[in-house]
Design a protein around this ligand. Structure first.
Ligand code: SAH
Length: 351
């Protein structure tokens, strides 16, 4: 049996571990192991992307959702939710404001809201791409058919975020009602990849019923799938969901996993997520120090931000965008990093 430092070196050299080795790391890591992994991960990231931190402006354009995921604050059974949906013009205005502030990636995210047709989404995407051809558009609107993904891509969408949530079928069942399936989510991810999107998958750390074996399966799945992006944040309970009383995910395990993802997929674009910034006031800084290189500030109109509450106490729902921008620049400069306004494509797409 290898000790943990040895396993971390092995991962750095071979970009892979066996299932049992992953489990050992998750079950026995110390702060020393975690900081060692962070140092290695940061060096790997610096050698590829330098000290640049990419920013993505996220527009949360609707909190209507047909799904009923047990962990999520905008699930359809949450009757306390005050619903909203932005018009095409409002979505475009958010991007315009973002463009003027220097953003070159817009992430359009929502619940699975069937009132926007495939043609509606395509119209929004092509309007943004025609007006701002130097920008990337990322969609994060859930599970769709191959045909719909293909239409969005034709309209100009460059990237797609769809966290797989868990690669363990049994665990998936405990997080979602029966009509959703792990298989379909994975099918979506492969469709997106085949269509030429830069694709992001990912998990919540410490989601209810998750164990080390689940996370080991997630690592093996991601090794196999080779996403261009990975979204990882701690699970945080939302008071109006069935998981209201479940414990939050571990902050240090989240940081450790960020480093391990960086070592496994050195070129991956890895955000220090809003959930990480919510669980700890320095979460995003520590995320960057652990190997993350993306931050996703909110471009949604302040009036609706509090309504897109996936979990309790989400940060940055009060500030105007310009306040967020100043705050982020200050935070990143303070730790020796530099917020850049480049498009920030996966390195394999820039050569
Ligand atoms: N409807 C889109 C967007 C979902 S929200 C989709 O299906 O992809 C984006 C992500 O927020 C989810 O994939 C989930 O991983 C995360 N999330 C939802 N509820 C959460 C919670 N309570 N704590 C932490 N993250 C949460």
């Amino acid at each position: 049996m290898y000790d943990n430092i040895h396993l971390i070196d092995l991962l750095r050299n071979e970009n892979a571990l066996e299932k049992e080795q992953w489990i050992q790391l998750f079950d026995t890591f110390t702060d020393e192991d975690r900081l060692y992994a962070a140092g290695r991960a940061r060096a790997v990231c610096d050698s590829i992307y330098g000290k640049d931190i990419y920013i993505r402006g996220i527009v949360e354009f609707s909190n209507h959702c047909k799904n009923d995921c047990y962990y999520c604050g905008i699930r359809c059974s949450n009757k306390k939710l005050s619903l909203y949906r932005l018009t095409e013009d409002e979505i475009f205005e958010c991007c315009k404001e973002g463009y003027e502030a220097g953003f070159h990636t817009f992430v359009l995210q929502s619940g699975e809201d069937l009132s926007y047709s495939c043609a509606d989404i395509c119209r929004i995407v092509s309007r943004i791409k025609e007006t701002y051809p130097d920008c990337a558009v990322t969609l994060s609107i859930g599970e769709k058919s191959h045909e719909e993904y293909s239409e969005y891509r034709r309209a100009g969408a460059d990237r797609y975020l769809l966290r797989h949530e868990t690669a363990d079928e049994e665990h998936y069942r405990k997080l979602h009602p029966l009509r959703m399936s792990c298989k379909n989510r994975i099918r979506c991810l492969y469709d997106l990849k085949e269509l030429g999107y830069q694709v992001g998958c990912g998990i919540m750390v410490g989601s209810p019923y998750q164990d080390s074996s689940c996370i080991a399966k997630d690592m093996l799945f991601m090794r196999e799938f080779e996403p261009e992006m990975i979204g990882i944040g701690p699970f945080l309970p939302h008071s109006d969901t069935p998981f209201a009383d479940m414990p939050r995910g571990s902050y240090t395990l989240t940081l450790f996993l960020l480093s391990l993802c960086r070592l496994m997929l050195p070129q991956v674009l890895l955000p220090a997520t809003t959930a990480l910034g919510t669980i700890h006031p320095m979460g995003r800084e520590e995320g960057v120090k652990a190997g993350a290189n993306v931050i996703m500030p909110n471009l949604s109109p302040t009036a609706v931000r509090k309504k897109y509450m996936l979990y309790d106490n989400k940060i940055c729902t009060e500030d105007s965008y310009s306040q967020c921008k100043t705050c982020l620049n200050r935070r990143m400069t303070a730790i020796g990093y530099n917020v850049t306004t480049g498009r920030g494509d996966h390195i394999s797409r820039t050569i």
